[in-house]
Design a protein around this ligand. Sequence first.
Ligand code: ZN
Ligand code: ZN
Length: 405
Amino acid sequence: MIINADLHIHGRYSMATSKNMTPEVIAPQAKLKGLDLVGTGDVLNSKWLQILDETIEETENGIFSIKNKRIKDDTNSTCKFILTVEVEDIKRVHHLIILPSFEAAYEVREELHGNLDADGRPKVRMNGADIMDIAHEHNCLFGPSHAFTPWTSIYKEYDSIYDCYSKKPDFLELGLSADSDMADHIKELQNIPFLSNSDAHSPWPHRLGREFNELDVKALTFKNIANCILKSRIKANYGFDPQLGKYHKTACTKCYKVFNIKEVSLNKMKCLCGGTIKKGVDYRTYELSSWNKPHHPPHRPPYIHIIPLADIISLTYGKGVTTVFVQKIWKELVQKFGNEISVLIYTPLEELKNKNPQLSTVIEAFRNKTLQIQPGGGGKYGKILIGHDNEFRNTAPDNTLDIYF
Ligand SMILES: [Zn+2]
Ligand SMILES: [Zn+2]
């Protein structure tokens, strides 16, 4: 069976995360989005463990569902969960762990040093290799999160993943600002499977599942998911055009001005406004490149660029993405056509035109790749620009400036 899995999100106890991030809100939202499986996130945090214990139960080996009596959604249909956590190591590098059971979570918790309850994403006073060893002793999958971002990724700290781990991780998460075309410029990543996950801090459809993995498994169990990733049998990665990511271009973290890296390294990465300039993921992958064009190994699946449908609706009507107006149109469309991916990619344009002519022209532009993007950088998401009588407009107030959610 084919399933869509988003394996990296955060619960309500992580910094700058929406209080709505609870399993009972996430599960029905994820299903509408078209996801079958979502990572719980934060499974080493005791408050989050308590919420998970109250709300989900194991229904297949290593796979969890919302406890029956708690389902409130009118569709009576929710997605499943797999246990996951992101940890920060002593060098401020982020790693993603996918766990087989609550027992494993409690055992890993015992062995890691640090205050695991201070934040949903714990800071661990250990290096990446030691954390990886503990994860592997407990049959978890392990790899770097958002591998190329400038603040907390493996490649901000090291020029090779082997300098951190000494051995091959089980996967590498690309992050919103990179795709497999970019990462397949790097020779040491050729034999490593790529994951594309949302890292969502809120459950709304422009965040949850904005990146996900299409997996082919016989049945939904932890073991099958693990084998599918380890044996590079991921069918497709779906995710942002990397230009939409917050760290794609080299830019100031205060005024978000985009810079050419060569001109700023002379000024010690300081902007005229006084802000710090952060190296973009596009330049970091270029620095690490072994080739001047991508070399996709035979096991590498296609990477399909998507833009959240709620963002497209928001831009079309000039209304905020979290407004009732936009959410209502989004829900009507996904309920009529199955899920968001179906609306974005597969539903015939004629059918969309009948339902909503104004929106169908923008979806047509998205499919034809004629939507223009002003790239993100310095912590600000890229902007989608809709061509309009040779001018561009972007009237959605919270489409680009809400940095955390
Ligand atoms: Zn992270
Ligand atoms: Zn600046």
